[in-house]
Design a protein around this ligand. Structure first.
Ligand code: AMP
Length: 398
Protein backbone atom coordinates (compact mmCIF):
# COMPACT_ATOMS: atom_id res chain seq x y z
CA UNK A 1 0.00 0.00 0.00
CA UNK A 2 1.46 3.40 -1.01
CA UNK A 3 2.33 5.75 1.82
CA UNK A 4 1.01 9.28 1.38
CA UNK A 5 2.38 12.38 3.13
CA UNK A 6 -0.71 14.53 3.75
CA UNK A 7 -0.40 18.17 4.81
CA UNK A 8 -3.10 19.52 7.14
CA UNK A 9 -3.57 23.30 7.30
CA UNK A 10 -5.50 24.93 10.13
CA UNK A 11 -5.33 28.71 10.16
CA UNK A 12 -6.40 31.31 12.69
CA UNK A 13 -6.43 35.09 12.46
CA UNK A 14 -2.85 35.49 13.70
CA UNK A 15 -1.37 32.04 13.13
CA UNK A 16 -1.05 29.21 10.62
CA UNK A 17 -0.81 25.73 12.09
CA UNK A 18 0.18 22.76 9.99
CA UNK A 19 1.04 19.10 10.34
CA UNK A 20 2.19 16.39 7.98
CA UNK A 21 0.92 12.85 8.46
CA UNK A 22 1.92 9.69 6.68
CA UNK A 23 -1.18 7.78 5.65
CA UNK A 24 -0.74 4.17 4.66
CA UNK A 25 -3.89 2.04 4.38
CA UNK A 26 -5.66 2.45 7.71
CA UNK A 27 -2.49 3.62 9.46
CA UNK A 28 -1.79 7.26 10.27
CA UNK A 29 1.52 8.53 11.62
CA UNK A 30 2.34 12.13 12.38
CA UNK A 31 5.70 13.02 10.81
CA UNK A 32 6.01 16.60 11.99
CA UNK A 33 4.00 19.68 12.85
CA UNK A 34 4.63 23.38 12.98
CA UNK A 35 3.19 26.86 13.18
CA UNK A 36 3.77 30.44 12.20
CA UNK A 37 2.60 32.76 14.97
CA UNK A 38 2.51 36.53 15.27
CA UNK A 39 1.23 37.29 11.76
CA UNK A 40 1.20 41.09 11.32
CA UNK A 41 4.23 41.65 13.56
CA UNK A 42 7.99 42.14 13.16
CA UNK A 43 8.72 39.36 15.59
CA UNK A 44 6.93 36.28 14.37
CA UNK A 45 7.70 32.71 15.37
CA UNK A 46 8.17 29.83 12.99
CA UNK A 47 8.78 26.37 14.32
CA UNK A 48 8.63 22.79 13.12
CA UNK A 49 8.87 19.83 15.49
CA UNK A 50 8.98 16.14 14.79
CA UNK A 51 6.38 13.72 16.15
CA UNK A 52 8.19 13.31 19.48
CA UNK A 53 8.74 17.02 19.99
CA UNK A 54 12.33 17.50 18.75
CA UNK A 55 12.77 20.96 17.26
CA UNK A 56 13.62 20.88 13.54
CA UNK A 57 13.09 24.58 12.76
CA UNK A 58 12.99 27.47 15.25
CA UNK A 59 13.09 30.98 13.78
CA UNK A 60 11.83 34.46 14.74
CA UNK A 61 11.30 36.11 11.34
CA UNK A 62 9.31 39.26 10.64
CA UNK A 63 5.84 38.12 9.48
CA UNK A 64 4.17 41.32 8.35
CA UNK A 65 1.50 39.63 6.22
CA UNK A 66 -0.34 36.34 5.69
CA UNK A 67 1.58 36.03 2.43
CA UNK A 68 4.89 36.15 4.32
CA UNK A 69 3.58 33.59 6.83
CA UNK A 70 2.43 31.06 4.25
CA UNK A 71 5.60 31.59 2.18
CA UNK A 72 7.58 30.30 5.19
CA UNK A 73 5.46 27.14 5.35
CA UNK A 74 5.51 26.50 1.60
CA UNK A 75 9.24 27.29 1.41
CA UNK A 76 10.07 24.71 4.07
CA UNK A 77 7.79 22.01 2.61
CA UNK A 78 9.07 22.58 -0.94
CA UNK A 79 12.73 22.70 0.14
CA UNK A 80 13.39 18.99 -0.13
CA UNK A 81 14.26 18.76 3.58
CA UNK A 82 10.80 17.41 4.39
CA UNK A 83 8.64 14.92 2.48
CA UNK A 84 6.63 16.92 -0.06
CA UNK A 85 2.87 16.49 0.50
CA UNK A 86 0.90 14.55 -2.10
CA UNK A 87 -2.39 16.01 -0.82
CA UNK A 88 -3.44 18.94 1.33
CA UNK A 89 -6.43 19.12 3.71
CA UNK A 90 -7.77 22.51 4.83
CA UNK A 91 -9.95 23.11 7.86
CA UNK A 92 -12.83 25.47 7.04
CA UNK A 93 -15.32 26.70 9.65
CA UNK A 94 -18.21 27.31 7.25
CA UNK A 95 -18.63 27.00 3.49
CA UNK A 96 -22.08 28.61 3.47
CA UNK A 97 -25.36 27.02 2.41
CA UNK A 98 -24.22 25.64 -0.93
CA UNK A 99 -21.02 23.89 0.17
CA UNK A 100 -22.04 21.19 2.63
CA UNK A 101 -19.67 18.35 1.76
CA UNK A 102 -15.95 17.90 2.17
CA UNK A 103 -14.51 17.92 -1.35
CA UNK A 104 -11.66 18.77 -3.71
CA UNK A 105 -10.87 22.48 -3.87
CA UNK A 106 -11.09 24.38 -7.14
CA UNK A 107 -10.77 28.15 -7.67
CA UNK A 108 -14.54 28.28 -8.27
CA UNK A 109 -15.25 26.48 -5.00
CA UNK A 110 -13.11 29.01 -3.10
CA UNK A 111 -15.03 31.90 -4.72
CA UNK A 112 -18.34 30.29 -3.72
CA UNK A 113 -17.28 29.77 -0.09
CA UNK A 114 -15.92 33.32 0.08
CA UNK A 115 -19.40 34.67 -0.76
CA UNK A 116 -20.44 33.52 2.72
CA UNK A 117 -17.65 35.15 4.71
CA UNK A 118 -20.33 36.65 6.98
CA UNK A 119 -21.07 33.12 8.28
CA UNK A 120 -17.58 32.86 9.86
CA UNK A 121 -16.16 36.37 9.58
CA UNK A 122 -13.16 35.78 11.85
CA UNK A 123 -12.08 32.58 10.11
CA UNK A 124 -13.07 32.61 6.43
CA UNK A 125 -10.80 35.40 5.09
CA UNK A 126 -7.58 33.71 6.18
CA UNK A 127 -8.79 30.22 5.21
CA UNK A 128 -9.69 31.20 1.63
CA UNK A 129 -6.45 33.13 1.31
CA UNK A 130 -4.42 30.08 2.34
CA UNK A 131 -6.40 27.84 -0.06
CA UNK A 132 -5.56 30.11 -3.01
CA UNK A 133 -1.90 30.26 -1.97
CA UNK A 134 -1.73 26.48 -1.53
CA UNK A 135 -3.10 25.93 -5.06
CA UNK A 136 -0.47 28.34 -6.38
CA UNK A 137 2.56 27.20 -4.37
CA UNK A 138 1.92 23.44 -4.55
CA UNK A 139 1.03 23.07 -8.24
CA UNK A 140 -0.40 19.67 -9.13
CA UNK A 141 -1.06 18.71 -5.49
CA UNK A 142 -4.79 18.10 -4.85
CA UNK A 143 -6.30 20.25 -2.08
CA UNK A 144 -9.42 19.27 -0.11
CA UNK A 145 -11.70 21.29 2.15
CA UNK A 146 -12.91 19.78 5.45
CA UNK A 147 -15.83 21.69 6.89
CA UNK A 148 -16.63 22.12 10.57
CA UNK A 149 -20.28 22.20 9.52
CA UNK A 150 -20.08 18.73 7.90
CA UNK A 151 -20.65 16.83 11.16
CA UNK A 152 -23.76 18.91 11.87
CA UNK A 153 -25.44 18.14 8.52
CA UNK A 154 -27.59 15.47 10.21
CA UNK A 155 -29.42 17.99 12.42
CA UNK A 156 -33.16 18.02 11.70
CA UNK A 157 -34.82 21.08 10.19
CA UNK A 158 -36.60 21.94 13.42
CA UNK A 159 -33.13 22.46 14.93
CA UNK A 160 -31.50 24.25 12.00
CA UNK A 161 -34.35 26.55 10.96
CA UNK A 162 -34.25 30.05 12.47
CA UNK A 163 -37.46 31.84 13.55
CA UNK A 164 -37.02 34.67 11.02
CA UNK A 165 -38.88 35.78 7.87
CA UNK A 166 -38.51 33.37 4.97
CA UNK A 167 -36.63 35.86 2.79
CA UNK A 168 -33.62 35.61 5.15
CA UNK A 169 -33.87 31.83 5.49
CA UNK A 170 -33.72 31.74 1.69
CA UNK A 171 -30.36 33.55 1.90
CA UNK A 172 -28.96 30.61 3.88
CA UNK A 173 -29.46 32.05 7.35
CA UNK A 174 -29.88 29.04 9.64
CA UNK A 175 -28.09 27.07 12.32
CA UNK A 176 -24.93 25.39 10.96
CA UNK A 177 -22.88 24.71 14.10
CA UNK A 178 -19.10 24.66 14.32
CA UNK A 179 -16.25 22.65 15.93
CA UNK A 180 -17.62 19.75 13.86
CA UNK A 181 -14.23 18.23 13.11
CA UNK A 182 -13.54 18.06 16.85
CA UNK A 183 -16.91 16.35 17.50
CA UNK A 184 -16.33 13.92 14.68
CA UNK A 185 -12.94 13.10 16.16
CA UNK A 186 -14.47 12.32 19.57
CA UNK A 187 -17.02 9.96 18.00
CA UNK A 188 -14.18 8.40 15.98
CA UNK A 189 -12.09 7.84 19.13
CA UNK A 190 -15.06 6.24 20.94
CA UNK A 191 -15.51 3.64 18.18
CA UNK A 192 -16.54 0.85 18.23
CA UNK A 193 -18.46 1.63 21.45
CA UNK A 194 -20.12 4.93 20.58
CA UNK A 195 -22.84 5.50 23.20
CA UNK A 196 -26.37 5.98 21.84
CA UNK A 197 -26.97 9.16 23.85
CA UNK A 198 -23.85 11.31 23.97
CA UNK A 199 -23.14 14.95 24.84
CA UNK A 200 -19.76 16.43 23.95
CA UNK A 201 -18.69 19.82 25.36
CA UNK A 202 -15.89 21.41 23.34
CA UNK A 203 -14.69 24.08 25.78
CA UNK A 204 -11.81 26.11 24.40
CA UNK A 205 -11.37 29.78 23.71
CA UNK A 206 -14.38 29.21 21.46
CA UNK A 207 -16.88 26.95 23.21
CA UNK A 208 -19.77 24.81 22.02
CA UNK A 209 -21.69 21.70 22.99
CA UNK A 210 -23.40 19.01 20.91
CA UNK A 211 -26.06 16.35 21.44
CA UNK A 212 -25.15 13.23 19.45
CA UNK A 213 -27.48 10.28 18.90
CA UNK A 214 -25.98 7.02 17.66
CA UNK A 215 -22.91 8.90 16.41
CA UNK A 216 -24.87 11.51 14.40
CA UNK A 217 -25.34 15.13 15.43
CA UNK A 218 -28.84 15.91 16.71
CA UNK A 219 -28.29 19.44 18.01
CA UNK A 220 -25.48 21.87 18.71
CA UNK A 221 -25.17 25.19 20.47
CA UNK A 222 -23.50 27.33 17.80
CA UNK A 223 -25.77 28.90 15.22
CA UNK A 224 -25.18 30.71 11.94
CA UNK A 225 -21.77 31.83 13.19
CA UNK A 226 -19.42 30.73 15.99
CA UNK A 227 -20.64 33.76 18.00
CA UNK A 228 -23.88 31.96 18.93
CA UNK A 229 -24.51 29.34 21.60
CA UNK A 230 -22.39 29.21 24.77
CA UNK A 231 -20.68 32.26 26.20
CA UNK A 232 -17.00 31.79 25.34
CA UNK A 233 -13.65 33.58 25.62
CA UNK A 234 -14.61 36.77 23.79
CA UNK A 235 -18.08 35.96 22.35
CA UNK A 236 -21.54 36.64 23.73
CA UNK A 237 -23.09 33.32 22.80
CA UNK A 238 -26.91 33.35 22.49
CA UNK A 239 -28.29 36.68 23.59
CA UNK A 240 -31.57 38.61 23.47
CA UNK A 241 -31.52 40.29 20.02
CA UNK A 242 -32.73 43.45 21.76
CA UNK A 243 -29.32 43.71 23.43
CA UNK A 244 -27.58 43.81 20.06
CA UNK A 245 -30.06 46.42 18.82
CA UNK A 246 -29.44 48.54 21.91
CA UNK A 247 -25.67 48.40 21.37
CA UNK A 248 -26.06 49.02 17.63
CA UNK A 249 -28.11 52.16 18.24
CA UNK A 250 -25.48 53.43 20.69
CA UNK A 251 -22.70 52.76 18.16
CA UNK A 252 -24.74 54.36 15.34
CA UNK A 253 -24.85 57.66 17.24
CA UNK A 254 -21.19 58.23 16.32
CA UNK A 255 -20.54 55.87 13.38
CA UNK A 256 -20.04 57.37 9.94
CA UNK A 257 -21.71 54.61 7.97
CA UNK A 258 -23.96 51.61 8.43
CA UNK A 259 -21.12 49.24 7.60
CA UNK A 260 -18.83 50.88 10.16
CA UNK A 261 -21.56 50.46 12.78
CA UNK A 262 -22.04 46.80 11.80
CA UNK A 263 -18.28 46.14 12.01
CA UNK A 264 -18.12 47.75 15.45
CA UNK A 265 -21.07 45.69 16.65
CA UNK A 266 -19.35 42.55 15.37
CA UNK A 267 -16.23 43.47 17.32
CA UNK A 268 -18.26 43.97 20.49
CA UNK A 269 -20.18 40.69 20.11
CA UNK A 270 -17.31 38.46 19.05
CA UNK A 271 -14.09 40.00 20.37
CA UNK A 272 -14.97 42.02 23.46
CA UNK A 273 -17.76 40.01 25.10
CA UNK A 274 -17.90 36.61 26.82
CA UNK A 275 -15.45 35.83 29.63
CA UNK A 276 -13.40 38.90 28.68
CA UNK A 277 -16.41 41.24 28.66
CA UNK A 278 -17.85 40.06 31.97
CA UNK A 279 -14.53 39.84 33.83
CA UNK A 280 -13.05 42.99 32.28
CA UNK A 281 -9.80 41.09 32.70
CA UNK A 282 -9.07 38.22 30.32
CA UNK A 283 -10.54 35.63 27.98
CA UNK A 284 -8.09 33.06 29.29
CA UNK A 285 -9.43 30.63 31.90
CA UNK A 286 -6.01 30.38 33.60
CA UNK A 287 -5.98 34.14 34.26
CA UNK A 288 -9.56 34.03 35.54
CA UNK A 289 -8.82 31.17 37.94
CA UNK A 290 -5.83 33.09 39.30
CA UNK A 291 -7.98 36.19 39.76
CA UNK A 292 -10.71 34.18 41.51
CA UNK A 293 -8.10 32.87 43.93
CA UNK A 294 -7.35 36.47 44.92
CA UNK A 295 -11.06 37.26 45.42
CA UNK A 296 -11.83 39.01 42.09
CA UNK A 297 -15.66 39.13 41.97
CA UNK A 298 -15.94 39.93 38.25
CA UNK A 299 -13.75 36.98 37.32
CA UNK A 300 -15.94 34.81 39.56
CA UNK A 301 -19.10 36.09 37.83
CA UNK A 302 -17.64 35.48 34.36
CA UNK A 303 -16.73 31.88 35.16
CA UNK A 304 -20.06 31.29 36.93
CA UNK A 305 -21.91 32.52 33.83
CA UNK A 306 -19.81 30.16 31.70
CA UNK A 307 -20.40 27.04 33.82
CA UNK A 308 -24.08 27.89 34.48
CA UNK A 309 -24.76 28.27 30.75
CA UNK A 310 -23.13 24.93 30.00
CA UNK A 311 -25.10 23.15 32.73
CA UNK A 312 -28.35 24.56 31.25
CA UNK A 313 -27.44 23.33 27.78
CA UNK A 314 -26.62 19.88 29.17
CA UNK A 315 -30.06 19.80 30.81
CA UNK A 316 -31.84 20.70 27.59
CA UNK A 317 -29.81 18.18 25.57
CA UNK A 318 -30.65 15.40 28.04
CA UNK A 319 -34.33 16.22 27.47
CA UNK A 320 -33.80 16.24 23.70
CA UNK A 321 -31.87 12.96 23.67
CA UNK A 322 -34.37 11.36 26.06
CA UNK A 323 -31.60 10.49 28.54
CA UNK A 324 -27.83 10.34 28.56
CA UNK A 325 -25.17 7.62 28.45
CA UNK A 326 -21.98 9.67 28.30
CA UNK A 327 -20.73 13.23 28.70
CA UNK A 328 -17.34 14.09 27.18
CA UNK A 329 -15.27 17.18 27.92
CA UNK A 330 -12.76 18.35 25.31
CA UNK A 331 -10.92 21.56 24.26
CA UNK A 332 -8.36 23.53 26.29
CA UNK A 333 -10.71 24.21 29.22
CA UNK A 334 -12.51 20.86 29.00
CA UNK A 335 -9.23 18.96 29.11
CA UNK A 336 -7.35 21.05 31.66
CA UNK A 337 -9.64 23.03 33.92
CA UNK A 338 -10.54 20.65 36.72
CA UNK A 339 -12.61 23.33 38.50
CA UNK A 340 -14.77 24.08 35.44
CA UNK A 341 -15.65 20.40 35.06
CA UNK A 342 -16.50 20.15 38.75
CA UNK A 343 -18.58 23.34 38.73
CA UNK A 344 -20.53 22.37 35.59
CA UNK A 345 -21.38 18.94 36.96
CA UNK A 346 -22.04 20.05 40.54
CA UNK A 347 -25.83 20.39 40.16
CA UNK A 348 -26.39 17.67 37.59
CA UNK A 349 -26.70 14.56 39.78
CA UNK A 350 -30.46 14.57 39.13
CA UNK A 351 -29.52 13.87 35.49
CA UNK A 352 -27.32 10.94 36.53
CA UNK A 353 -24.06 12.88 36.24
CA UNK A 354 -21.89 12.23 39.30
CA UNK A 355 -18.18 13.10 39.22
CA UNK A 356 -15.51 11.44 41.32
CA UNK A 357 -13.46 14.31 42.78
CA UNK A 358 -10.26 12.25 42.81
CA UNK A 359 -10.65 11.02 39.25
CA UNK A 360 -11.53 14.54 38.10
CA UNK A 361 -8.33 15.83 39.63
CA UNK A 362 -6.26 15.00 36.53
CA UNK A 363 -5.41 16.60 33.21
CA UNK A 364 -5.74 14.69 29.95
CA UNK A 365 -7.79 11.68 28.91
CA UNK A 366 -9.63 9.83 31.68
CA UNK A 367 -12.96 8.60 32.99
CA UNK A 368 -13.84 11.13 35.70
CA UNK A 369 -17.31 9.96 36.81
CA UNK A 370 -17.93 8.06 40.02
CA UNK A 371 -18.18 4.26 39.91
CA UNK A 372 -21.93 4.41 40.61
CA UNK A 373 -22.65 7.36 38.24
CA UNK A 374 -25.41 6.37 35.77
CA UNK A 375 -23.72 8.60 33.16
CA UNK A 376 -20.07 8.03 32.28
CA UNK A 377 -18.12 11.29 32.15
CA UNK A 378 -14.88 11.35 30.19
CA UNK A 379 -12.14 13.74 29.13
CA UNK A 380 -10.93 13.14 25.57
CA UNK A 381 -8.60 15.47 23.64
CA UNK A 382 -9.80 16.17 20.09
CA UNK A 383 -7.92 14.73 17.11
CA UNK A 384 -8.91 17.20 14.42
CA UNK A 385 -5.84 16.82 12.21
CA UNK A 386 -6.29 13.07 12.15
CA UNK A 387 -9.92 13.47 11.02
CA UNK A 388 -8.85 15.80 8.22
CA UNK A 389 -6.28 13.23 7.06
CA UNK A 390 -8.99 10.55 7.10
CA UNK A 391 -11.27 12.70 4.94
CA UNK A 392 -8.44 13.50 2.52
CA UNK A 393 -7.53 9.81 2.13
CA UNK A 394 -11.21 8.91 1.56
CA UNK A 395 -11.68 11.69 -1.00
CA UNK A 396 -8.42 10.80 -2.81
CA UNK A 397 -9.68 7.23 -3.21
CA UNK A 398 -12.92 8.36 -4.85
P1 AMP B 1 -8.29 26.04 23.08
O1 AMP B 1 -9.01 27.13 22.34
O2 AMP B 1 -8.94 24.69 22.95
O3 AMP B 1 -6.81 26.01 22.81
O4 AMP B 1 -8.41 26.41 24.65
C1 AMP B 1 -7.96 27.63 25.17
C2 AMP B 1 -8.51 27.78 26.60
O5 AMP B 1 -8.05 26.66 27.40
C3 AMP B 1 -8.05 29.05 27.32
O6 AMP B 1 -9.14 29.66 27.98
C4 AMP B 1 -7.10 28.51 28.36
O7 AMP B 1 -7.10 29.27 29.54
C5 AMP B 1 -7.65 27.14 28.66
N1 AMP B 1 -6.60 26.32 29.24
C6 AMP B 1 -5.51 25.81 28.65
N2 AMP B 1 -4.73 25.16 29.55
C7 AMP B 1 -5.35 25.28 30.75
C8 AMP B 1 -5.04 24.87 32.07
N3 AMP B 1 -3.94 24.19 32.34
N4 AMP B 1 -5.92 25.17 33.06
C9 AMP B 1 -7.04 25.87 32.79
N5 AMP B 1 -7.38 26.31 31.57
C10 AMP B 1 -6.55 26.03 30.56
Amino acid sequence: MASLPVLVLNSGSSSIKFAVYEASGEERRKLFEGAVDGIGTDLGQFHIKDAVGNTLVDQTPAVPTRAAAFALVAGALNSGEFPRPVAIGHRMVSGGPTIQDNQRITPELIDEMERYTAFAPLHTPIAVYIMREALRLFPGVPNFVCLDTYFHRTMPEVVTHMPIPEEYSAMGVRRYGAHGISYESIVYQLQPHVPGKLIVAHLGNGASISAIRNGACLDTSMGLTPTGGLISGTRTGDIDPGVLLFILRKIAETAESASEAADKLETVASKKAGLLGVSGLSNDMRDLREAIATGNARARLAVDKFTWTIARWIGSFVAELGGLDMLVFTGGIGENDIDSRAEICAGLDALGIVLDAQRNNVRGAAVISAEHSPVTVRVIPPAEDLMIVNHVVRLMAQ
